[in-house]
Structure formats: structure tokens, C-alpha cells
Design a protein around this ligand. Structure first.
Ligand code: ACO
Length: 426
């Protein structure tokens, strides 16, 4: 709380409404509007463009400056100097782990990486051509059934164990979804491998054969996980919070987040980017594609460009671009035709007055899609990988919410329907 207050005057109301202002550590302070309902008004903010839905100490974004901090640490530093499990620990606990804490955390995640046999049966029951996000969403929701009786959301130790289970089992589930679609046998988690190596082995390995995972590819995969780990109150995280605010099982709340992530305006964009690049087909067709994106009547947008919060280069996109170059060099794919289209598109969009004036920069999905394609991950699996990395962010926000007093989320509306009327007499 600050001593500063906002004063609101409303036509027809004699008194001035005094609204308290709360300070943020960094970033905009917030005006507490809760008291205005007493005067018969709601605030109106479609898309929550100006609404802080909660207080949070996990992630900070300055979209104008292109800043992303997790627990105060810049994402560029975490991406280069940390790794995914350390970042998970940081997001969940607020501080970087000591070496002993990291060892213990890593061991706990590995210990909880195998999934209940009932889940394998659920995954196998899906048609092979089902979208992987639909299968993943159901598999994570099914974890709620497996652990429901054991979870006590008011108990810290129970919440910690649930975090281990979620982070441990997301790679296993994601790989199982892939294997099922391929019609291949599931591969069990291997404790001797790192988190990313294990995911890659369970995805691309062959049952009964020793793991053979490239260190460079595993490093790139780990970096993709780090760069997706959390992103403040985005649509899926807000969904997890809203869902969790009813006191529901955390796996059910995470499944709701997965559903939200699936959409092309959110996590589904990386899939949409690749589809768009394939549709463009060759560098000569780019101009027409850009013209279509600028034409409002076309309903078409350049996928992988623009962001609700970033009106500058997304800091994650910068690191992702560098990783993209490294992976393509390692795989000898610098001359890949799809990459040539991506590079030219990026250049045109960065120079075009339409994209400049609307501050539409390439976002993280633009580059992550290209990396995943190079690694050999099918396009439909891209959003699954996003979900895998984001699980810790969703969980950290849910945990932050339920560890303090909270209210069920219940927005109101501006009603524009019919006034009260009587049912016609028959
Ligand atoms: N291509 C062309 N024009 C665009 C694009 C785009 N990719 N994105 C925004 N615009 C234009 C809009 O038409 C609008 O123009 P107007 O001011 O003349 O009406 C203006 O830029 C602002 O767009 P909004 O939709 O109001 O911006 P909003 O913040 O609501 O949307 C979003 C952000 C959804 C990400 C949008 O930029 C978009 O659809 N991008 C493509 C999909 C994408 O890449 N999504 C990934 C987001 S990142 C993530 O989830 C990790």
C-alpha cells in the first residue's frame, strides 16, 4: 500500500470515490477498484488489458522494454547459465537451489517420473490420429483421478509431492502421446539421463535399445523448456488460477491450462508458424503473404509475430534465435528451404512500416517451431512441448495462490441482453 490514492468522480454522483493504490516492486502500481461496486458500478476491461488479477512474486515482464525476469533473474541469464530443473526449483521456491538442494530436487523429480499403468491404457484408447494436445490434456486430467485421494491442497508437503509428480511425469506423458501416435512401444524413463535427454530418449529411442541422444540437441531442448517455463498471467496461467480458485484438484486445473494453451493465439502458434511457412512454400511467395497479413479483410495474421505484452523484441525470441542457429548448424540444416523462408519473412516484417508501427516483432514461437522441426519433432507435437515446459509455471502460480488466502475467481459483466420480460401466455 502507498499513501497515494486515485480519486474517481462519476457524473451524477456527488461524492468522489477514493481508491487505494498499491506499489509494485517494479512495473506499474495498481489501483484497487474493489470498492466501486458499492457505488453501483463494475469496471469494464475485455481481454483484461488493464487488469491485475492477482498479486504475484514469480515473474515480471516489461513488454515495452522487452524484459522478462523469473524471481528477479533475467531470462537471458537463466537460458544461458541455468538449466530447466534449476529454473523449476527457482520458480517453485523463490530462490536458486544450493548444489545439495539441486541434487535432492533432481533426484525427487526422477523418482516421480514413471506414470501409473492406468494412464498408459487411457492414452492407448485414443485414435492414433487424435491431436496430441487432446490426448495430453486427458492424460493430465487423469492424473487427478490417480492421486485425488492423496492430495491435500492445504498441506505444503502434499503440494510439494504433487509438483514433483507433475514435473516428473510431463516428459513421460508427452513422449507416450508421441509414441502412441507413431504406433510404437512406450519407453520407460531412464534415471541415468538428464531431464531433456530423458524426454528425447523416451520420444525418439527404441524400446530395448541403449539411449543415444545428442548433447547439443538435448541442450537445445532443455533451453526450449527454460524459455517456456513461465510467463506471468497469460491466458493459460490465468485459467489455471481461475480453475484452481474453486479448490479443485491441481491436475484438473493444469488440464484446464493445457486446453487454453492449445489455441493458435497462444501456445498453438508454434504449430501455426510451421504450417504457415509450409503453405508459403518458397521465398517468392512471401510478399503476397505479408500483403495478406496487412489486409484486415483477409482475417489472416502472420503467425509467430506480435504479442499481447511485448511491444519490443521478446527476450525469449532473441535467445531462441541463437539456439536455432546453433541447432541448424549442428544438424547441417543452414540451407533448409523452410528456414530460408523464415529468415526472409522475419527480415521483411522487421522492415515493414505496418509491423513497425504496430510493434509486431517475431515472438518465441516463431523460432521454437523451426528448432523443433529441425530436431525431428512433428508439428502437432510442438504445443505439447510448450505445455511440458510451462507445467512448472502453471503449478508455481497455482501454489502461490493456494498458499495464501484467496477467493474464488468470479468476474462480472456488462449485461446487454433483453430487459426482463414475461414468458408468452399459451
Ligand atoms: N499479423 C498481422 N497483424 C497483426 C498481427 C499479426 N501476427 N498481430 C497483431 N496484428 C495487428 C492487428 O490486426 C491489430 O491491428 P489494428 O490495430 O489495426 O486493429 C493490431 O496489430 C493489434 O492486434 P491485437 O489483436 O489487438 O493485439 P493482441 O494483443 O490482442 O494480440 C496476439 C496479440 C494474439 C499474439 C496477436 O499478435 C496474434 O494473433 N499473433 C499471431 C499469433 C501468435 O503468434 N501468437 C503467439 C503469441 S506468443 C505466445 O503465446 C507464446
Amino acid at each position: 500500500m502507498t499513501d497515494k490514492k486515485a480519486h474517481l468522480t462519476i457524473d451524477g454522483i456527488n461524492t468522489t470515490i477514493e481508491l487505494p493504490i498499491y506499489s509494485s516492486t517494479i512495473g506499474p502500481d495498481v489501483i484497487d477498484v474493489t470498492s466501486i461496486t458499492k457505488n453501483g458500478f463494475f469496471t469494464f476491461d475485455p481481454g483484461f488489458m488493464s487488469t491485475a488479477s492477482c498479486e504475484s512474486g514469480i515473474t515480471f515482464i516489461d513488454g515495452e522494454e522487452g524484459v522478462l525476469l523469473h524471481r528477479g533473474y533475467p531470462i537471458e541469464q537463466l537460458a544461458v547459465s541455468s538449466d530447466y530443473l534449476e529454473t523449476c526449483y527457482l520458480l517453485l521456491n523463490g530462490e536458486l537451489p544450493t548444489p545439495a538442494q539441486k541434487e535432492e530436487f533432481t533426484a525427487a523429480i526422477k523418482q516421480h517420473s514413471a506414470v501409473d499403468p492406468s494412464i498408459a491404457n487411457i492414452i492407448k484408447s485414443f485414435k492414433r490420429e487424435s491431436h496430441p494436445m487432446a490426448i495430453l490434456c486427458s492424460a493430465v486430467a487423469a492424473l487427478a483421478a490417480v492421486y485425488n485421494d492423496e492430495i491435500d491442497i492445504t498441506n505444503e508437503a502434499s503440494r510439494k509431492l504433487t509438483a514433483y509428480r507433475l514435473i516428473g511425469q510431463m516428459p513421460t506423458l508427452s513422449a507416450m502421446v508421441y509414441k502412441h501416435r507413431q504406433g510404437e512401444e512406450f519407453i520407460a524413463p531412464d534415471d541415468s539421463l538428464s531431464y531433456a535427454e530423458n524426454y528425447l530418449n523416451m520420444t525418439f529411442g527404441t524400446a530395448g535399445k541403449a539411449p543415444n541422444v545428442s548433447k547439443t540437441i538435448a541442450k537445445a531442448m532443455d533451453r526450449i523448456f527454460v524459455l517456456h517455463a513461465d510467463h506471468e498471467q497469460n491466458a493459460s496461467t490465468s485459467t489455471v488460477r481461475l480453475s484452481g480458485s474453486s479448490g479443485t484438484n491441481p491436475f484438473a486445473a493444469i488440464a484446464a491450462g493445457i486446453s487454453t494453451l492449445w489455441g493458435p493465439a497462444h501456445g498453438g502458434a508454434n504449430e501455426a508458424v510451421l504450417e504457415m511457412l509450409e503453405e508459403i512454400g518458397s521465398v517468392e511467395n512471401i510478399e503476397a503473404c505479408v500483403a495478406r497479413a496487412k489486409d484486415k479483410t483477409s482475417g489472416f495474421r502472420l503467425m509467430g509475430f506480435g504479442h499481447r505484452v511485448y511491444k519490443n523484441f521478446d527476450p525469449r525470441a532473441k535467445v531462441m534465435k541463437q539456439t536455432c542457429d546453433e541447432v541448424l548448424a549442428e544438424l547441417g540444416l543452414e540451407n533448409d528451404p523452410l528456414l530460408a523462408i523464415a529468415k526472409r519473412l522475419e527480415q521483411i516484417a522487421l522492415e515493414d512500416p505496418y509491423f513497425i508501427s504496430k510493434k509486431l516483432y517475431p515472438n518465441v514461437d516463431f523460432y521454437s517451431g523451426i528448432i523443433m522441426k529441425a530436431i525431428g519433432i512433428p508439428t502437432e507435437m510442438f504445443t505439447v512441448i510448450f505445455a511440458l515446459g510451462r507445467a512448472v509455471g502453471w503449478y508455481s502460480h497455482w501454489d502461490e495462490m493456494v498458499s495464501s488466502p484467496y477467493k474464488i475467481g468470479r468476474p462480472r459483466q456488462q449485461y446487454t441482453g433483453s430487459p426482463k420480460r414475461d414468458y408468452p401466455q399459451k
